[in-house]
Ligand binder design. Structure first.
Ligand SMILES: N[C@@H](CCC[C@H](N)C(=O)O)C(=O)O
Length: 308
């Protein structure tokens, strides 16, 4: 008589999908850092046809459970282990950290109001708007604000090329690297299917996010972005901050000199972000952060993550 032995099935892995100004993310809640997420697994999950689809992935881990975040655990309980769509790791994601905070709130893991999130770019202070009633009747209930830290503007000329055209660009580091080029028309950036070459390459040893900007009015700009590791996206929070700082300097405004904060409105294909730079250099970004779906990766996928 044959003995039936059930084959152990891998447990389904929970996921969510969210976006901030249409910069969209797969979210994998994994407090104990137990889900194997190789670069290949992340790329498969972010694939828009064969996977869930996203510009990147937010791996939600307790800081104490992640070797890269343990040193921040006393200041921030949760670590945003951010990955680009191609599986590469990035220091920081401005829209991602706002969506990350929205997830924590929705899951009941934090209260609305202020919280700290650990990232590879350091601990970021985030403010989740409370309801319209409790936030003085003025807050957008979808809005999340993040203190992004200070921009670093490395010396040296850089330039960006698309087809026959080239532009001087501003090198701005927001924890991750950016090249900001002011153009006459956002269509001049072309289709952005591939990364626009930036030179000198030595200015960006780890690759670069490239922003194209046009003026829309006083302290108001519009931009497109090609993201390192993700391609053209409909929004980039760190990119919008880099653009706001580059635009302010181009307009002759430096809050460290004037002693006054300056606010820029940045329009992106996926929505609007509002960026304030303070006299101490601290940059604050506000915009919507939304969770749109949640589900389970089925058993085969869960098994696949182990093998990739
Ligand atoms: N979309 C993000 C930036 C994500 C990281 C970037 N692609 C990089 O590699 O630096 C944002 O909202 O900031």
């Amino acid at each position: 008589m044959s003995t039936y032995r059930p084959v152990a099935q891998p447990s389904p892995v929970p996921f969510l999908k969210g976006h901030g100004t249409e910069n969209d993310f797969v979210i994998i809640p994994d407090p104990d850092n137990a889900v194997p997420l190789s670069a290949a697994a992340v790329a498969k999950l972010c694939d828009r046809r064969a996977g869930i689809g996203g510009d990147g992935l937010l791996h939600v881990v307790r800081s104490a459970a992640h070797p890269e975040a343990r040193s921040m655990a006393d200041r921030a309980e949760w670590f945003m282990d951010y990955r680009n769509a191609d599986g590469s790791v990035a220091e920081m994601c401005g829209n991602g950290v706002r969506v990350f905070a929205r997830y924590l709130r929705r899951a009941g893991l934090v209260d609305a109001g202020d919280l700290a999130v650990a990232t590879r770019g350091g601990v970021k202070e985030v403010h989740i708007a409370k309801s319209l009633e409790t936030d003085g009747g003025t807050a957008d209930p979808e809005a999340v604000t993040v203190r992004m830290g200070r921009a670093v503007l490395p010396e040296g000329d850089v330039s960006v090329v698309v087809g026959e055209r080239g532009w001087p660009a501003r090198n701005v580091n927001m924890g991750n690297p950016h090249a900001v080029a002011f153009v006459d028309d956002l269509d001049h950036a072309g289709n952005l299917f591939t990364a626009p070459p930036v030179s000198p390459a030595a200015a960006y040893p780890d690759g670069v996010n490239v922003e194209f900007v046009v003026g829309r009015g006083p302290r108001h700009v519009a931009m497109r972005v090609h993201e390192r590791g993700s391609g053209e996206t409909r929004s980039c929070g760190t990119g919008a901050c880099a653009v706001a700082v580059a635009a302010a300097r181009r307009d002759g405004i430096d809050p460290a000199v004037t002693g006054q904060p300056v606010t820029y409105t940045v329009d992106l294909p996926g929505g609007r972000l509002v960026i304030t730079e303070r006299p101490d250099g601290e940059i604050e970004m506000t915009g919507p952060a939304v969770i749109v779906a949640e589900g389970l990766l089925d058993g085969e996928w869960a098994e696949l993550l182990d093998t990739l």
